[in-house]
Design a protein around this ligand. Sequence first.
Ligand SMILES: *[C@@H]1O[C@H](CO)[C@@H](O)[C@H](O)[C@H]1NC(C)=O
Length: 622
Amino acid sequence: MKTCVLSLLLLLTASFTSAFYLPGVAPTSYKAGDTIPLLVNHITPSMKKEDTDSKTYLYSYDYYFRRFHFCQPVDGPEKQSESLGSIIFGDRIFNSPFNIKMLENSTCNQLCSASYTKTDAVFVNRNIRAGFMHNWLIDGLPVAKDTMDMKTQTSFYSSGFNLGYVDEDNVPHLYNHYTLIIEYHERVEGTFRVVGVTVNPESINHGENPSCDSETTEPVNLDQTKESVVTFTYSVYFVPSNTVWATRWDKYLHVYDPKIQWFSLVNFSIIVIFLSIMMSHILVRTLKNDIKKYNEINLDDDVIDEMGWKLVYGDVFRPPKNPMILSVLVGSGFQLLVMAITTCGFALFGLLSPSNRGSLSTVMLILYAVYGSVGSFVSAYIYKFFQGEDFKTNMFLSPILVPGCLFTLFIFFNFFLIYANSSGAVPVGTMFAIVLIWFVISVPLSCIGSLLAYKRPTLTLPVKVNQIPRQIPPQPWYLKTQYMCLIAGIFPFGAIAIEMYFIYNSLWFNRIYYMFGFLFFCLVLMLITTLLVSLLLIYYTLCNENYKWQWKSFFVGGGVSIYIFMHSIFLSKFKLGGLTSVVLYVGYSLIISCGIGMLCGTVGFLGVLFFVLNIYGQIKVD
Ligand SMILES: *[C@@H]1O[C@H](CO)[C@@H](O)[C@H](O)[C@H]1NC(C)=O
């Protein structure tokens, strides 16, 4: 039965991912003179360094947001279809008035003229200063700037380009002339493929007759005191390239200083491996000794009274307070864990290439929905183990509690985004699709999971629970849950800290995330450290005759979330602009740290559960 359900799940996941994955993979071949469409995506913020005093914004705008006045196609902009994941993560793709034909060079084509009122000029100038960027797509490739990495002396393509620039006198200038350089590769005689797109944007005050010569003309400056008119122009050049279609993404996926990253990671992992071997060695030896002693001198009651964790055998399986919430949280954490591992696995095998826009987020979403079954199974199973009786509430809460909170927050953020005129606000139709996926896929699967768990026999306890709870002696301060969290959190945080920068960068600034090998490695290290630290600390707690390990192990495992949150808030390197940015930043930091905390807490709890079942199974009790 279980394998049947599992294979069904796999099949479902496979069919979903392939359905979302396949389009866009096939290369497009063009003949000379074929039209190559240029698509425009949302206008995204970029990170401003500490030393500039301009602010960083964390939300994006539609390309055709009226105050930008960018040129529209004759029949008005048309929205392109996108996957669910890419809509949720902010992509808003439209067509454009650019007229590009394969192999046909053209210079100084006029797009349109636009007039900026005073308030629009203020708006655009603010966004130039804040470093907002264009995100154009040609044949699925982001239009990029050819950039030099100073450290490694290699050139690479950084996708997107700024709206404008700020000169030495602190005057912002809008880019209104775009020189597109399209690299093509001739595959067979007469058919061509696009293998690279770069842009050289310029600011040129065209006046009456556009000349597109930046040498002889002044740059554009949007006057904030009176109305100004700007003419937009572009040139296209086609250059042959030896790059083949299959490797055309390589130049975009540039790793900044890969050496430093791997170096610090290898360093850290050696320490972790060393420590974990040492710790497990000590723990196993101590436990063996303990168990031997307990089983040998079982007759001599006086000696036993003095000693450690055996004393609490009659209470260690006493159900905790609020078993319902704990079991639901553990179930949700497990759901996240399997989703994270599967997504990383998919990505590692190259299934989620960046050429499929939104495939990563769509796969994550679908996996999360499908794994609702696994989460509910674990939740119900643990609840049963806690001798919970209100089975229906558990079955109801497992698929509702955590996703419901997330969804509520999501709607809350949406109001701020709408207020800021941001394109990041998720449309009502998409909201509806999410709710539908949730109720049609996630909730029924979760119910199946709960029922399966309910049918299974409960874990057999190695020792009986005493009728009367044992008194817990006063505990030293460092074994209080809050201090244990702080102690325990540092270690897994060390594993994930380097990765946070890249995750945040791709979340906020539309950077492509592709270092999945690295992420996977970090994730595994984080889980191992969490497990070891939780085991060790709970062992100490039990030795101190405190048998309330259930919530403790969850919190101790989740201690990492405190550090992740503090790191996001206090070590952020930018000044946020506007209330919406602040709300989004704090909100998403909170969600991410709570999510990782729940995931690690689950690992801590489950690890300690097996540990406790194991060690109490090995001692003789009369
Ligand atoms: C187009 O421009 C590029 C770059 O200036 C040049 O190398 C190429 O030969 C031109 N192609 C045609 C068909 O004129």
